[in-house]
Structures are given as C-alpha cells and as structure tokens.
Ligand binder design. Structure first.
Ligand code: WTA
Length: 659
C-alpha cells in the first residue's frame, strides 16, 4: 500500500494557494489573452457571435439575442443549422474523414474506432432506419443506453432528422424510464440488451421492457443494440422491437440529408432532479446550445481537432452530452468513450487508458479523484501520463487537497486544472478559469466565464461582499441556457426566475439554487445546493423523489431524506423513516426500503443509512427540520432545537445514527 497521497505532497504544494499555467501551456492555448473578459462585456450580447461562428449555419442569423419575451430568450433565432452536420459531415467535407471521431473501449478491453467517415456512414444509416420506423421531425426519441458507441450515433441520427432525443441514464430504473417517456410523450425507444459491469453482463433489456410496460401511450418502435452477443440473456425481440444491426444492414449505404433546423428548435430534452418528486424536462436548442457547448470546449477545454480528449462521465448526464458528444465532435476532436468503471479489472484502469490513447485533455468528477486518492499513488505511477496537457473537474465542489493531488499525481504539476461549475440547465460551463489566462485557486471554481454575469447575492438580491456566503445568480442570459421545462413554462419560471427577478421592472435573474461565496478577485467558490437536491458522486438526486419512493414501500408512514457528508461520494443518502403501527424496524424492512428506492430511481439513490424513528424533528408549524437531520447524519454539533415541537426526539435519533 502507498499512502493516501497527502504525505508525499511537499509542504510547498500544501500551502500554495494559487497556481499559474505554464508558459508552454499558455503559448499553445486557444484563449490566452485576458482582454477577452472586457471584450465580451463591452460587446455583449454580440460577443456570442464568437461562439456561433464556430458552427456552420445553413442560413445565417440576423439577430444574436431576442429578449422580447423574457425570460423566454431566443438566440440566433432566425438562423438555421443541423447539429449532426456540424458534428460529422463538415469534418468529412474538409478532408478530415480519416481522423478518429470516437475511440471506444469496452470493459473487457475490446476496442472500436470510428473515423469521421465511419461516423458519417453509421449516423446516416441509422437516421434512415429511424425514418423508416416512422420517426418524424420533432418526435421525441428516448435513448436508454449504456456507454456504447451506438449511443452517440443514435443521438446524432436523431439530430440529423430533427427528432429531439431524451437520453435516460442506463443506471436509472424501469420506473424512471417510464416516467420520462410518459412525460415526454415519447413513442420510440432505443436501448441495449445489456453491458458489462465489473466483469459481469447486466440484463439491461429486462429493465427496458419493464419500463416499456409502464408507458401509458404505448410505443411505436424499440431498437435494441446487441452488446452482449453470446453473453446475452436470450430475450426474444417482440413485434415492434428491432435489432440495431439488422436495421442498419437493411439501410446499408443510405444517406439522409441533414434537416435544416431553426436555431431555437429543440435538440434534446434532459430530465433532471428538482425540488419536487417530478423530474424536470430541461429543453435545449439546436443553435444556442450547440454554439455554447462548442465554444466552451474550445475556450475552456482548449480542444483542438488534433487532440485526443477523454471525459470519463456517462453520456446519460449533461456532462456527457456537452463534453463527450456535442462540443468535442463539433470541433472535430477525437473523443474517447469507456464502458466500465475505474476500478475494474484494477484500480489503474483509467490511467492505463490515458497512456494507451495518449490522452491530451482529461475531464472527470471530484468523487472519482477522491477515490483515486484513497487508493493511492501506485496506480497512476504505473503509467506514463505525460501526454496530458490539461485536466478538468465537474459536478461538485473539489476540496483543495483533492485538487492538489490531481495536480501533482495526474498532471505532474504541469497541467492546469479547470474546476468547472455548471448545470444541466446551463448547457455548458459557466464559472471556471480559462486555462490559458487565469490564476488557479484550488477549491474555488474561478471567475464567471467571459460574457457570463454571475454574482453572489443575499436573500434580497444585493451582492454580498468578499468572503461572505450568499446565493449564486446569473443576471444576463447566455446561449446555452435552457429554454423552458418541457410542456411546463410555469414551472420553468417558478423554479429558476421567481426568486430574484422583478418582472414589473423587466429584470430577469436566473437562480441556479446553489450557495456560493466570492473573493476579492471575483473568484467564486461554490458551496452546494440550497434546495432539496443532493449530490451523490456528482449525480444530482431530488430528496423528494427518494422520499416518495420510500413512502411507497408497504409499512412506511413517513420519510425524510437528507444528504450526509461522505468521504468519496461527497454526499450520501440518509433516510429517516417512520413506520406504520405493526411494522418493526427489521433488517427485512431496511432491505425493502432500499429495494423500493432502487426500483423507483436506481442504485445510485440507494440509502447509505436507513434510520427508523418514531418521529421526525418538526417545528411547531409541522415542518421537518432537515438542517437538524443533516447535522445528525454528519455527527455535528446541533444547532438550535428550541423551536422544535418535539426536541426530545433528537437525542434518540442521534443515538441510532451512531449505532
Ligand atoms: C453542482 C452537472 C461545485 C452544483 C454539470 C450544480 C458543482 C449541480 C460544480 C448541477 C463545481 C456542478 N463545483 N459544484 N465545479 N459543478 N456542481 O445538473 O450544485 O448534474 O447546481 O450538472 O452540480 O448538477 P448537474
């Protein structure tokens, strides 16, 4: 065993609070002049043509921003384009057809490389197949697939024919799939027979079929990728279910003209957790989103077409949409995809792949870095990581210790790190340093990107001074922003705009529901969610969704879910449960609750602890004191309990958590 990486960090590194990119990095960086901040500010919103200019438009836009119907902003609205053309065709047309677009590695080490020419062929053939299945422009196609190359191919095929996709993370349950298909009124599903996890095949199709049974409006067609071959579970495909390979074989050589889409036409829907039990269908558009994902890939990830780039997220989350698929492919980069987990077959799997593919830019989540730290430096030390030029993180706050570990043991103190704050709703990165410009401060994401008007305010909307905690807001719109929640404009306004806007004064302020603080240099440190969303291993989960799953278990009367600190996951699910009379807090009950959560959402939402209690701490008005439950989960000293109706319960619960 090696140490946890802390002991061999030299004192200098431990104490060092700021870091500069090397001259070598700056010299080659896509953006290296700090005047870009001023330039964007002075030229706002026209500055965003810099993003739009990275794309090829079928017909040009005449206006950058239309803000006549705030907060329903429109960007580049009268321009037309196609996302699949921008991510595929144009690279082929420009003579880059033999460059690798996707390098895929399966868990067992099997590999597939798709050049841009291959991708062009696959996307066209599958687009033709989708059309023949009856998919029309604006039909929402649900993609419930693991990390197989057919997933980005299907996304781009949908984009080609103007059918928005809605990708549902493969780790989500059958119920979660059905909820999302029902909400989006989606009649087409593309899925997979299974995939490998730590050596074993998983029966994904069984879950997909169960989900399909819960789709109220029926489904016109399902396409199933055969990933497992002989390891498959022997499901027969029924009436309207088609085998991917057969469909594609039937459309060999087919070509489908990319459909000219309005910039504001929906490119995709992505469901995400919010304050209520119902997931929100975040709507992203063809022009603004694609321009923004591409621009940030260029400016922040510093991607060049010649780069091999790897984001280790899953495409089932927004990070994979923007920074595995759309941004990197629009730039003509080589993007790496890996099916498996970082610790299989051994804990050096990711570093093995960085070496094997000579990865230039690597983007991952702090939860992974914390796991790497725990495992020790011997794993990265087994490999030559010298191809790396830039590192990034996303999804949750990274503490300075983990940042420095990443900097030293992965980046060899040579690669800048971008700590990128953003959300499903923002479409792309919002707060981070530009790697070729800014000083890095471990633990602080950095200043807002050029053109992004993020601030830290108090409950009244007044900016707080340096060092004080407040709430993050974004005062000006940006091209990558969500346009609405699918079929629910009212909730869109309620969730994001009501808090800080003043509609009478025509002042619209976006509220991301994160706490933050700002320093004298304008660097923003994100403190975490201020709504009832918790962040488990970088995955955003609504406590209400988990609570309603638990309350659905027979014998449960009431449940309260909070996030407790967790060394690797960041936060873990703590479930406080009151049972109905006649039910005891048995091991079986605990298992039933865990199963209930896994069935309703998926294993990612699995409670770390289930604490049975006769009562929950409540205020006199009957509100559950979640803050107290969090403090109890974290073993912290408790804040004020005098406003409780039932203060005596607190000690009882504390004793149970300690057990
Ligand atoms: C959190 C993921 C601190 C934040 C792209 C946000 C972060 C939520 C960071 C969005 C970061 C994301 N530092 N916190 N660099 N990046 N977050 O929608 O709470 O899955 O609101 O998007 O993750 O999660 P989502």
């Amino acid at each position: 065993m090696t140490d946890d990486g802390d002991g061999d960090l030299e004192a200098r590194l431990v104490e060092q609070e700021t870091f500069e990119p090397s001259d070598e990095f700056v010299e080659q960086a896509n953006v290296s002049d700090e005047s870009i901040y001023e330039e964007f500010e002075e030229d706002w919103p026209r500055c965003w043509t810099r993003a739009a200019d990275l794309l090829d438009w079928d017909s040009p836009y005449s206006e950058v921003l239309d803000d006549s119907e705030e907060p329903f902003y429109e960007w580049f609205a009268d321009g037309t384009l196609n996302a699949s053309y921008n991510c595929v065709d144009r690279h082929v047309e420009r003579g880059d057809k033999n460059r690798a677009a996707i390098k895929w590695e399966g868990e067992h080490g099997e590999t597939r490389t798709y050049t841009y020419q291959d991708l062009y062929r696959e996307v066209n053939e599958f687009a033709a197949a989708l059309r023949d299945l009856g998919v029309e422009e604006d039909d929402v196609v649900t993609l419930y697939m693991p990390m197989v190359p057919e997933l980005p191919i299907a996304m781009l095929a949908c984009a080609r024919i103007g059918a928005p996709h809605s990708v549902v993370f493969a780790g989500f349950s059958a119920d979660a799939l059905a909820t999302r298909m029902n909400s989006a009124d989606s009649r087409y599903l593309i899925t997979c027979d299974g995939y490998y996890r730590r050596g074993d095949p998983l029966d994904h199709l069984a879950k997909a079929n169960e989900g399909l049974a819960g789709v109220d409006h029926g489904v016109d067609a399902t396409v199933v990728v055969d990933r497992l071959g002989e390891d498959g579970f022997g499901h027969d495909l029924s009436g309207n279910q088609h085998d991917w390979d057969d469909l594609v074989a039937d459309h060999q050589g087919a070509r489908v003209d990319p459909v000219e889409r309005d910039a504001e036409d929906m490119l995709f829907l992505m469901y995400t957790s919010g304050t209520t039990g119902e997931p929100k269908g975040v709507k992203h558009t063809t022009g603004g989103y694609l321009a923004y994902a591409t621009w940030t890939s260029h400016a922040v990830l510093d991607l060049e077409p010649e780069d091999t780039y790897w984001c280790s997220a899953d495409i089932g989350w927004i990070t994979g949409h923007s920074y595995i698929v759309y941004g990197p492919l629009a730039l003509g980069t080589t993007t790496v995809m890996y099916e498996g987990t970082p610790d299989y077959p051994e804990r050096d799997r990711l570093w093995e792949l960085v070496e094997k593919y000579a990865v230039d830019v690597f983007y991952t989540a702090p939860t992974a870095i914390r796991a790497f730290m725990k495992w020790g430096t011997e794993y990265p030390e087994r490999h030559d990581l010298s191809s790396l030029r830039l590192l990034g993180t996303v999804g949750e706050p990274i503490n300075p210790r983990a940042w420095k570990w990443y900097y030293k043991h992965i980046g060899n103190e040579e690669c800048p790190i971008v700590d990128t704050w953003w959300q499903t709703e923002t479409g792309g990165m919002m707060v981070t340093t530009l790697p070729g410009v800014g000083t890095m401060k471990p633990g602080s994401a950095g200043p807002p990107l050029p053109g992004i008007d993020a601030r830290v305010v108090d409950t009244e909307g007044e900016e707080v001074g340096a060092g004080r905690a407040g709430y993050l807001t974004v005062d000006k719109p940006w091209p990558g922003m969500l346009r609405t929640l699918y079929n629910n404009d009212e909730r869109f306004i309620g969730e994001y705009w009501e808090e800080y806007s003043d509609p009478d004064a025509d002042e619209w302020v976006y509220f991301p529901e994160d706490g933050a603080k700002i320093d004298d240099d304008g660097y923003i440190t994100i403190l975490g969610r201020v709504d009832d969303v918790i962040n488990v291993s970088g995955h955003r989960l609504g406590t209400m969704e988990i609570e309603s799953a638990i309350v659905g278990v027979e014998g449960v009367a009431e449940a309260a879910v909070v996030g407790g600190d967790h060394e690797v996951k960041g936060e873990a699910v703590y479930a406080y449960v009151i049972l109905e009379d006649g039910y005891g807090g048995s091991e079986e009950m605990r298992e039933a609750i865990i199963e209930g959560v896994e069935d309703a959402i998926g294993p990612i939402a699995r409670p770390e602890q289930v604490i049975f209690t006769p009562e929950l701490p409540k205020t006199r008005s009957g509100k559950i004191m979640r803050r107290l439950l969090e403090e109890i989960a974290n073993g912290e000293e408790l804040g004020d309990t005098t406003t409780l109706r039932n203060p005596e319960i607190v000690e009882e619960i504390q004793a149970k958590v300690r057990d």
